[in-house]
Design a binder for this molecule. Structure first.
Ligand SMILES: [Zn+2]
Length: 492
């Protein structure tokens, strides 16, 4: 039985007590004894696991980040994070009462202790990280972890207020990535009818639209750019979408400008007052968190699971732990997982507005809520923060400007080298598919002015292209993630 109802009525101090208690127990009975990485780390750094009693004590444990999972000369490094119990370790680290309870259960139910342990610890499922620059890192799930994935899925269904007689359609790309499986397992756990199409790459947009019109789901779930693409496709064909009540988006940032644009399009197709939810999740946590119903220009923040994890907020430069409500990098610690377990994992995500507590103003649940204003620090280092024409620019500013211009239907930004010569100057081309009946030269000027104002970099060229060409350029129907910003500069 999931204790979500109980968790969401705890006071802040009860939440902290619960987290402290779980942290101490998890580290002493699972992480320190069974994790090769943490056994070694604690021993080397002389950290006594018994001294980790509260959230504040976490400070004794060093952070880890993606690079610790990859391992320069050891591609199997991720295995060091997988819990590996054996009989000797169990009898040494588990309280006698726990072992006795297990033994009794196996006697009464006729299970073998070995089978019980396999259910808890043996990896049976896997997803990858989707890093564009790093090698993919596998994350394992045992049956125990899958149960947790089910639980978070069902909790989100509750947050979206999707009832048992509603139908949903899962449009996330079919891949060994978290989003698709989170929805797949969550729907089963919540006893919901779900069609998982695999997204545009598997069934094509026409196929997805046909299924959508046949099933008439009240909720659809997918990547923002693909949902937008599908809704617009339906609009062009003049279909009635009045059956849609909820849209759940994942795997990419959702701005309120996007929500409003999508909401207007839906409204024009008969789907009025549609709730649009953002979610946040990452492979390393093997779970996701969601917003609850609020008007589309607002965000309730992501409702956290304080019984399953601890989030800290730190200064990304100095590593200093900040107050919960502060801006900073998110650091994740698991409180209840098996197989791939991490403590103090630096997500590389920067949150503005931190974590709040107290009753949610929209649904009343008393859980911790994480601000939805999150940007990827790691992207900044890789491609988002890039030198264009010699100026260091944050590419997400371009995205904000272009997505915020209502006369633009779709856009793509390409950074290239003049004559494709790696030593030549940078050129920036903005491809635009305007809304119908827009004056192109006026829009062109507007884009130039706004971009130059926000980024100090002016585009060399603005090219107006028809929608079907844009869909191909963005790879909306063929790739898992659209090519919104294309850096096609050849490496020197
Ligand atoms: Zn809420």
């Amino acid at each position: 039985m999931d204790s979500w109802r109980g968790i969401t009525s705890l006071t802040y101090s009860q939440i902290k007590d619960l987290q402290n208690q779980r942290l101490h127990s998890f580290i002493n009975t699972h992480v320190y004894p069974f994790s090769p990485y943490y056994t070694k780390l604690f021993d080397e750094k002389k950290i006594n696991p018994r001294h980790i009693r509260t959230r504040e004590d976490l400070k004794r444990i060093p952070y880890i980040s993606k690079s610790d999972l990859i391992g320069k000369d050891n591609p199997q490094k991720f295995k060091d994070f997988i819990l590996q119990p054996d009989k000797e370790k169990i009898s040494r680290y588990w309280p006698k009462s726990r072992i006795l309870a297990r033994a009794l259960k196996s006697m009464l139910l006729g299970h073998h202790l070995q089978e019980d342990l396999a259910k808890e610890f043996r990896p049976v499922f896997m997803t990858f990280t989707t890093g564009t620059t790093n090698a993919p890192v596998p994350f394992m799930y045992s049956r125990y972890d899958l149960d947790n994935l089910n639980v978070s899925g069902a909790r989100m269904v509750g947050l979206f207020d999707i009832k048992g007689d509603e139908r949903i359609m899962n449009l996330f790309p079919f891949a060994p990535h978290l989003a698709f499986w989170q929805v797949f397992f969550g729907a089963i756990e919540a006893d919901l009818f779900a069609l998982s199409t695999g997204g545009g790459k598997v069934m094509g947009t026409e196929g997805n639209l046909t299924a959508l019109l046949r099933i008439k789901p009240s909720a659809i779930l997918g990547v923002p750019s693909y949902i937008y693409h599908l809704v617009r496709y339906a609009q062009e064909k003049g279909h009635d979408l009045s059956f849609l009540k909820k849209i759940v988006l994942g795997a990419a940032k959702v701005t309120s400008a996007y929500k409003q644009k999508l909401s207007e399009m839906l409204s024009a197709q008969g789907a009025k007052n549609v709730y649009i939810f953002g979610t946040y999740g990452f492979t390393e946590a093997r779970t996701a968190w969601a917003e609850c119903p609020a008007e589309n220009h607002l965000s309730s923040g992501y409702h956290l699971y304080p019984d399953k994890e601890i989030f800290e907020i730190i200064d990304p430069e100095t590593g200093e732990v900040k107050d919960d409500g502060a801006d900073g990098e998110l650091v994740y610690t698991s409180l209840d997982s098996r197989t791939s377990v991490m403590l103090r994992y630096r997500t590389g995500d920067f949150v503005k507005g931190g974590i709040t507590h107290g009753p949610c103003p929209y649904c009343g649940r008393q859980t911790l809520r994480l601000s939805s204003n999150i940007t990827r620090l790691s992207d900044n280092k890789d491609i988002q923060l890039s030198k264009v024409k010699g100026t260091l620019v944050n590419l997400s500013h371009f995205a904000e400007v272009l997505s915020g211009i209502p006369q633009i239907n779709e856009w793509q930004l390409e950074i290239r080298k003049h004559k494709n010569d790696p030593y030549e100057v940078d050129e920036m081309v903005v491809y635009v598919t305007p809304q119908p009946e827009v004056n192109q030269s006026a829009l062109s000027q507007l884009i130039k002015d706004k971009l130059t104002g926000a980024t100090e970099v002016s585009p060399n060229e603005i090219k107006f292209i028809p929608l079907d060409e844009m869909v191909k350029r963005l790879e909306l129907e063929t790739a898992n993630k659209e090519k919104r910003i294309l850096d096609s500069r050849p490496k020197a």
